[in-house]
Design a protein around this ligand. Structure first.
Ligand code: ATP
Ligand code: MG
Length: 242
């Protein structure tokens, strides 16, 4: 049974067609990677999954429940189950690291201050950044910012985490660290992960399955061996060019 499913989704912005027939099925517990050229619609796909953008037609399911037609208020429940690490991190610069991570908890759960800060400390420890609650985002390195953003996503204990280019702009050491965290979270917390990345090292190290988006559709789905062996020109170009 699939946890996330896109069925014949179409999406255009004015005359510009992004998806003409998006069909995709992601299983519970797997790490599913989405690849494809810049501007092909990877971020748009993720935004449709969390309701920030609406498909023009077609259906999106989470756990067999149709979600693309939910009313605004009903999306809150979905967003608690699906955490997103946005491209670029998107921390609130005026809030401390701790308040950034506590933000969603305060919005959605009625916890005591003690419980709240325990959850924040635990999330920071899961990403290897114990004790930095009082720091400001501006004082963090790029790699630390990504990890704080990840702590902010996992503190809500989501079932699905979406990573939009989690390693872009990071040095090899931090890239490896983020990849290890993605694998670690899947193993320890059984989280289903959806990862968009241009980084082939990430693709091959974290993915159970991979899909490639090209010209409005998924043109390839398979595991890492099948990706390596693919004879599709677009796949080969992507692997070699990345
Ligand atoms: N809200 C929007 N309004 C109009 N056009 C949009 C909107 N969001 C995305 N687009 C357009 O849709 C196309 C796909 O964008 P998207 O951000 O999904 O690409 P991407 O595959 O994530 O690229 P990248 O790898 O560079 O992040 C782009 O041409 C973009 O300009
Ligand atoms: Mg993008």
């Amino acid at each position: 049974m699939s946890l996330v499913r896109f069925e014949h989704v179409t999406k255009a912005f004015g005359p510009k067609k992004i998806y003409t027939d998006l069909c995709l099925s992601i299983e519970q517990g797997e790490t599913f990677t989405i690849i494809g050229g810049s501007g092909q619609g990877k971020s748009v796909m993720l935004k449709m999954l969390i309701g920030l953008l609406k498909p023009d037609s077609g259906e999106i399911y989470l756990d067999e429940k149709r979600i693309d037609n939910l009313r605004d208020a009903e999306w809150i429940g979905v967003r608690r189950r699906v955490g997103m690490l946005f491209q670029g991190g998107a921390l609130f610069d005026s809030l401390s690291v701790g308040e950034n991570i506590a933000y969603g908890l305060r919005e959605h759960l009625k916890l005591s201050e003690n419980e709240l800060w325990e959850r924040v400390a635990e999330a920071l420890s899961q990403v290897g950044l114990e004790g930095i609650e009082a720091m400001l985002p501006a004082d963090l390195s790029g790699g630390m910012r990504k990890r704080v953003a990840l702590a902010r996503a996992i503190v809500m204990t989501p079932e699905v985490i979406i990573y939009d280019e989690p390693t872009t702009g990071l040095d090899p050491v931090n890239t490896r660290r983020i990849n290890e965290l993605i694998i670690d979270l899947q193993r320890k917390l059984k989280i289903t992960s959806i990862v968009v990345t241009h980084d082939m090292q990430s693709v091959f190290s974290v993915s159970d399955r991979i899909a490639m988006v090209h010209e409005g559709r998924i043109i390839f789905t398979g595991n890492t061996d099948e990706l390596r062996a693919s004879s599709l020109a677009e796949v080969k170009a992507f692997i070699q060019g990345a």
